[in-house]
Design a protein around this ligand. Structure first.
Ligand SMILES: [Zn+2]
Length: 291
């Protein structure tokens, strides 16, 4: 069952759905224009949000901005007939996928090349009855570092932040609503080898996220979170990344350091998985091959 919510004065969202990896979609309304954040993972996904927007009497978006190129954020583009703004690498990657005739063999090749993962393939098949129906649209308006969009009394700032998850990752900040959309930028690298995290990238992104002074934080596959709860949660991850930075390739020392910090006997599961991601990155050789 899809869920929709108005999370602040100018922002309505469609919540994330995990069965086929649908991320949050957001509609941001100013007095003159409206902006959509991310397109959805399929035209069906987009259509459900469109239906909600119509029911609410909200205007159709005038622009769409992408947080990064990953399929779950972009393959819904054929359903939105609006100018699409994206970081240059986002556009470049989508351009490389635009002429493909989607088949099992193509998906297999992309997975072998580390462009997508086996999980992506099963999610795509779950979302689309027939993967041959998938269509990729190339963005129209490109930026390198970021851009500001004036919607009339509402200002959106898009900033290219990069990181482990995708080098084209962007944050989107809605200034008047003090709401920061983080996309998937705080997530690990998910393609081209084991999931991996780099402490330095992670810490840089967290301090960038804090620097906005937002009251609401939204991760694309999570739920909108108030400032204090976000800081409490992310504070533990920040500490974890610092401990990994300090002890490096010594999981026992990292585990002990984190248990001391959390005052627990054993490392909670969520940190155990993160440990694997951090260690995978530490073992990754400079040429990108994992030892
Ligand atoms: Zn992603």
């Amino acid at each position: 069952m899809s869920r929709f919510e108005q999370i602040s004065e100018h922002i309505h969202i469609m919540h994330a759905e995990h069965e086929t990896d649908r991320p949050i979609l957001a509609h941001i309304r100013g007095s003159r224009k409206s902006l959509l954040m991310d397109a959805g993972n399929s035209p069906q996904h987009a259509a459900q949000f469109q239906e909600y927007l119509q029911e609410q009497g909200l205007p159709k978006p005038d622009y769409l901005v992408l947080t990064h190129w990953h399929w779950d954020h972009t393959f819904g583009l054929p359903a939105w007939d609006v100018p699409v703004m994206a970081q240059r690498i986002t556009a470049q990657t989508l351009r490389s996928l635009a002429d493909l005739e989607w088949s099992d063999a193509v998906l297999r090749r992309l997975s072998d090349e580390g462009v997508i993962s086996d999980r992506t393939i099963s999610d795509m098949k779950g979302e689309y009855g027939d993967i041959a129906d998938m269509r990729v649209i190339v963005p129209d308006l490109l930026f390198a570092d970021g851009l500001d969009i004036d919607l009339g009394g509402v200002t959106c700032s898009v900033e290219h932040v990069g990181g482990d998850h995708a080098e084209d990752s962007c944050f989107l900040y809605v200034k008047e609503d003090k709401t920061l959309f983080l996309g998937d930028a705080l997530g690990p690298s998910v393609y081209g080898g084991p999931f991996s995290y780099t402490p330095a990238h992670f810490l840089r992104l967290i301090s960038k996220a804090y620097s906005y002074g937002a009251e609401i934080y939204v991760e694309s596959h999570g739920v909108p979170t108030k400032r204090q709860a976000f800081h409490d949660d992310i504070g533990r991850w920040e500490q974890f990344a610092r401990i990994v930075e300090r002890f490096g390739e010594d999981p026992d020392a990292v585990s002990r350091g984190m248990c001391d910090y959390l005052q627990t006997e054993s490392l909670p599961d969520e940190f155990q998985s993160a440990m694997d991601y951090f260690m995978a990155e530490l073992r990754r050789k400079p040429d990108g091959i994992v030892k």
